[in-house]
Design a protein around this ligand. Structure first.
Ligand code: FMN
Length: 130
């Protein structure tokens, strides 16, 4: 599976919030306050900000995909070493709009023992508690 971030995802936010208002999940004031706060940020965002935002959102979705796959008995493997410059076009997406984030292989692991045993960093090397 190839995961792409959509730099123009924010264009759907107004419709989402409008739906929340129509479903009486939020007040009109809350909708207007939220949209008037973050829509201008996106509408005037730099290319770098839109790319970073799309990458963050898609990374979360990719992680969710891996966890859900595992819960259904599948194994996954994240892959970054592919030709990202050709990824979008290879699946018919506009490379100006869609940011390649990662590929994920999915399947059932071989019954044979793994060729390589892997380790994890000690948690203290990754997380600082202050
Ligand atoms: C975002 C990301 C990209 C990765 N890209 C590659 C890759 O391109 N090639 C590769 O051999 N391993 C890559 N890895 C490492 C493997 O996905 C995998 O995590 C590693 O082989 C350890 O296996 P394990 O998670 O089963 O212990 C990547 C890992 C991450 C998190």
């Amino acid at each position: 599976m190839l995961f792409f971030g959509n730099k123009l995802a924010y264009k759907k936010y107004r419709k989402l919030w409008q739906g929340m208002y129509e479903a009486k999940k939020i007040t009109k004031e809350a909708m207007d306050a939220a949209l008037s706060t973050f829509m201008p940020l996106y509408e005037h965002a730099s290319e770098a900000m839109l790319k970073t935002d799309a990458t963050i959102d898609t990374s979360l979705a990719a992680m969710q995909f891996m966890l859900i796959a595992q819960a259904h008995g599948y194994d996954t493997n994240a892959i970054a070493c592919y030709d990202a410059s050709k990824a979008a076009e290879s699946v018919g997406l506009d490379p100006e709009q869609f940011v390649p984030v990662m590929a994920i292989a999915i399947g059932k692991s071989a019954k044979a023992p793994a060729a390589m045993k892997t380790s994890r960093y000690d948690i203290g090397e990754l997380v600082d508690y202050q």
